[in-house]
Design a protein around this ligand. Structure first.
Ligand code: TYD
Length: 200
């Protein structure tokens, strides 16, 4: 089963995924991964996408690099794990490209879906979107010593990302479960585990 986690900056996805994996591992075979990245080649592409030293990356290039990293990650990690009947928990996937590149960067859903054709053939079974006001999310990451190129975007950009996610959650309402990100990590973990167990 392929499960993805989505949300803006500072929504606590990384901790959540670890918590959910720990619980599910008592009864299932689980792997965790992340995008952009998740395999050696995809992590190399991630560096070009996120390293602030490449600040000249344009929106189309960014979208294409993300799609390339995703294709590599699918072939090397996700598809083999699904063939082995493992549960795959992935931090971000195609909905990130729809919210950030299609919506917030204005490239449009049609273009982003077309360059992600391979990913559209391998859609998640279930997606958790952690919804949080970017004011709260950004303040949570404010004391990190390292910011990537996208963390450094304007506040308006992060507001648009949230608007995009809400629209996408509406578009794919049978796949995407929206979770209120203001709750405690434990509350969110329990809700997510319950939904996954129901789906299994
Ligand atoms: P990361 O440090 O993993 O962010 P987070 O901890 O918030 O998940 O950085 C990933 C960044 O890349 C994040 O700002 C979102 C962005 N991104 C896109 O813009 N499009 C995509 O398709 C993906 C996968 C990520």
């Amino acid at each position: 089963m392929f499960i993805t986690f989505e949300g803006g900056e500072g929504t606590g996805k990384t901790t959540l995924i670890q918590n959910v994996a720990t619980i599910l591992r008592k009864r299932h075979q689980v792997i965790t991964s992340r995008e952009p990245g998740g395999s050696m080649i995809a992590e190399a592409i991630r560096d070009i996408i996120l390293n602030p030293k490449y600040k000249g990356v344009t929106p189309y290039t960014e979208a294409l690099l993300l799609a390339a990293a995703r294709a590599q990650h699918l072939d090397e990690v996700i598809i083999p794990a699904l063939k082995d009947h493992k549960i795959v928990l992935c931090d971000r996937y195609i909905d990130s490209s729809l919210a950030y590149q299609a919506y917030a960067r204005n490239l449009g859903y049609k273009f982003v879906l077309s360059i992600n054709h391979y990913a559209t053939l391998n859609m998640p079974d279930l997606t958790f979107y952690i919804d949080l006001d970017p004011k709260v999310g950004i303040s949570r990451i404010a004391n990190r010593d390292k910011y990537d190129r996208l963390d450094q975007e304007t506040f308006d950009f992060h507001e648009k990302v949230r608007e995009g996610y809400l629209e996408i959650a509406n578009m794919y309402s049978t796949r995407i479960v929206t979770i209120d990100g203001n709750q405690s990590i434990d509350e969110i973990t329990n809700q997510i585990v319950k939904k996954i167990e129901e789906k299994i």
